[in-house]
Design a protein around this ligand. Structure first.
Ligand code: GAL
Length: 430
């Protein structure tokens, strides 16, 4: 058993992450609320409803962050609140976000603000959403508005959360609204997303020259199901490039080759990342059948994995991804999400320790990692899984009937780790 302390640098951010639709409550003007009405996307067609009622009681959870010795939090701004109809701004909503960010500062918690976390205002969806080039200018205008009001409250901005997940689920697999399965649409949307990010990046820097702007990039550790079979190897490489690296290549180099398609040259998107946010959760083994063109994840019996289609829990993947990002892009890294669906909390404590050990090893290898934002502080609405009881991610459990919170053992543990600034011998020995 390892028992020498794994201590992190003094500046390290110990935080958690949340997003507007998943915690705020009473959001009915976006595409995810609409998807619950249409049906077919979400577990029991659930809308987020009151969620964790952050619009009214975020500060109570900020106090809980203090009890867990947190010094950072990543939250998102809801576009459909700020701009409920095109060009109309809700100043009260902006004032509430100001109040929330000030509330974090007052508690010694540094905010990281995400501008887009999966949801689009309905009026934008009606105009074609991400599949309409107009979104680039609209996202830039929304960015300007938000940053002009909140810019003095944080230099750390995340333009778009998990763009590859959003594009792949919404335009490739048809699982997120608008439910499209078409590679041409996927590509068009990918370009619009990258250009929107770039427009937002430049807008933030115009207003805040010292801002640090990045994205939260979900990275999957892809592996061939049958490592000896070219089918599975090629499919794995394809996914690794398409899902893990294509967007980052565009955002760093402004150029990219899409396998089987053309190259894209988008100079305005080059050098539009000051840091990369890594969202790391799982490993997937991939099987590809040539004749049926079927690509599917496969799981070994007894593999440590999450519920349903959730992939394998593989802590070593954290270090692999951190090394890969650093070697390819040479940018500072925040771990903007890492967590596990575990309503029993049986596995979360070990998950936290094993993943943080990997982060520590990466820091030892001189990879500049600035912070870790655990997903999530509180149980919340989980996209296609809605309030499915198997998909609970919180350090605090939430009773959604009463809004009561209870601290899970993993929360207590993460609080101790944050207080000690790492994994002490005592924590490791336990
Ligand atoms: C990410 C997403 C979060 C959260 C998390 C857990 O993909 O950014 O909003 O839902 O997964 O599944």
């Amino acid at each position: 058993m390892v028992s020498s302390p794994l201590l992190f640098p003094d500046f390290f951010r110990w935080g958690t992450a949340t997003s507007s639709y998943q915690v705020e409550g009473n959001l009915t003007n976006n595409d995810w609320f609409a998807a619950a009405q249409t049906g077919g996307y979400i577990y029991q067609d659930q809308a987020a409803g009151l969620a964790c009622d952050w619009w009214n009681r975020a500060e109570e959870d900020f106090d809980r962050m203090v009890t867990l010795n947190q010094n950072a939090h990543r939250l998102s701004i809801e576009w459909s609140r700020i701009e409920p109809s095109p060009g109309v701004w809700d100043n009260d909503a902006l004032a509430r976000y100001r109040e929330m960010l000030i509330g974090l500062h007052q508690r010694g918690i540094e905010p990281m603000v995400t501008l887009h976390h999966f949801t689009n205002p309905l009026w934008l969806t009606e105009q074609g959403g991400w599949d309409n080039e107009a979104i680039i200018g609209l996202f830039e205008r929304y960015t300007q508005k938000v940053v002009s009001v909140l810019g003095d409250l944080t230099p750390i901005w995340c333009t778009i959360n998990e763009p590859a997940v959003m594009i792949s689920h919404a335009y490739g697999l048809g699982r997120f609204p608008p439910g499209i399965r078409d590679f041409n649409a996927w590509l068009r949307v990918a370009i619009n997303v990258v250009r929107s990010h770039a427009a937002s990046y430049h807008a933030i820097h115009r207003l805040l020259p010292n801002a640090q702007v990045g994205i939260a990039k979900h990275m999957v550790l892809w592996k061939p199901w049958r490592p000896f079979l070219p089918n599975d190897q090629i499919a794995t490489h394809f996914l690794e490039y398409l899902f893990n690296h294509l967007l980052l290549t565009m955002m760093t180099r402004g150029i990219t080759r899409v396998p089987g398609r053309r190259s894209y040259l988008l100079p305005e998107t080059a050098n539009t990342l000051d840091w990369i946010g890594l969202n790391y959760y799982t490993r997937y083994r991939i099987q590809f059948e040539l004749f049926s063109s079927q690509l599917k994840p496969r799981f070994k019996p007894g593999a440590m994995k999450g519920p349903g289609e959730w992939g394998e829990i593989h802590p070593q993947g954290m270090l692999i991804m951190l090394k890969q990002l650093w070697q390819r892009y040479r940018l500072p890294i925040y771990i903007t999400e890492n967590g596990i669906p575990d309503h029993t909390d049986a596995h979360r404590p070990e998950f936290i320790i094993s993943h943080l050990s990997q982060v520590w090893q990466a820091i030892e290898k001189q990879i500049p990692i600035l912070g870790y934002y655990f997903w999530s502080l509180v149980d919340n609405f989980e996209w296609t899984e809605g309030y499915n009881p198997s998909f609970r991610f919180g350090l605090f459990g939430v009773d959604f009937e009463t809004q009561e919170r209870h601290l899970r053992p993993s929360g207590k543990l993460y609080g101790e780790i944050s207080k000690q600034g790492g994994l002490t011998s005592e924590i490791l020995a336990r």
